[in-house]
Design a protein around this ligand. Structure first.
Ligand SMILES: N[C@@H](CCC(=O)N[C@@H](CS)C(=O)NCC(=O)O)C(=O)O
Length: 235
């Protein structure tokens, strides 16, 4: 039975797994779950994931949530090239684990807060943006960018955990693209080391990166037009 993947490409972990599947030619049945229309709250989806979150995989009846667990499971099951998730070199594997453990409360949490405040809150929830929350998350992201530069990418390391791309890079870049969606890319582009890493990962994952991020580009287009209209209305 085919691997079923329940996802929405507007979700950062969904994009990371999608790019991974495509890069490694792993066949899967795509099952899109539109977060925007609340499909993740339906009884049908809750039967698959009672937590009402994407993404989820169903591998012949083995249901698994959590992007980090999913990426590791797929890397091991499909025996993908070792650089994605090193098996033989324990220290190389630990480096990938290190970033994946780091990212939850740093790259991911703060990038998601900025996106939720600027895009989801005013539009989907019709609530005002809390500038203090945005500024706090942006300050934290500046620290994250400095950790990227001075720790993960130090000594001219091309990728977060070594000489070639790993699942950690996919998780990292997909979180940063949430900032691109809300025109806050300056947070990572102002750091030359991180900016170069972003371009490197984009090139290394082409053309799947662009495909997975089509929706991000669309959201950015709509958001920037709305922002411009709001600014013009204030003049
Ligand atoms: N730790 C989970 C996070 C899953 C998650 O937060 N998914 C979000 C999209 S990125 C979601 O489904 N949100 C729906 C909601 O909060 O209602 C993972 O890495 O897979």
């Amino acid at each position: 039975m085919a691997l079923k993947v329940y996802f929405d490409l507007m979700s950062q972990p969904s994009r990371a797994v999608y790019i991974f599947l495509k890069m490694n030619n792993i066949p899967f049945v795509p099952k899109t779950v539109a977060l925007r229309s609340g499909e993740h709250h339906t009884d049908e989806f809750k039967k698959i994931n009672p937590m009402s979150l994407v993404l989820v995989i169903d591998d012949d009846g083995f249901v698994l949530t959590e992007s980090v667990a999913i990426l590791k499971y797929l890397a091991l099951k499909y025996n993908v090239p070792d650089h994605w998730y090193p098996r033989s070199d324990l220290q190389a594997q630990a480096r990938v684990e290190e970033y994946m453990n780091y990212q939850h409360l740093d790259t991911r949490a703060n990038g998601a807060i900025v996106f939720q405040q600027l895009v989801i809150k005013p539009r989907a929830m019709r609530a005002p943006v809390n500038r203090a929350i945005v500024d706090n998350a942006k300050n934290r992201l500046e620290k994250v960018m400095s950790h990227f530069e001075n720790y993960f990418l130090k000594d001219n390391k091309p990728f977060l955990c070594g000489a070639d791309i790993s699942i950690a890079d996919l998780l990292g870049i997909c979180e940063l693209m949430q900032l691109y969606a809300c025109c806050e890319e300056n947070i990572y582009e102002s750091n030359p080391v991180v900016k170069a890493w972003v371009s490197r990962v984009q090139r290394r994952t082409a053309p799947h990166f662009e495909e997975a991020n089509k929706i991000v580009n669309r959201v950015r287009g709509v958001y920037s037009k709305q922002k411009e209209a709001e600014q013009n209305a204030k003049l």
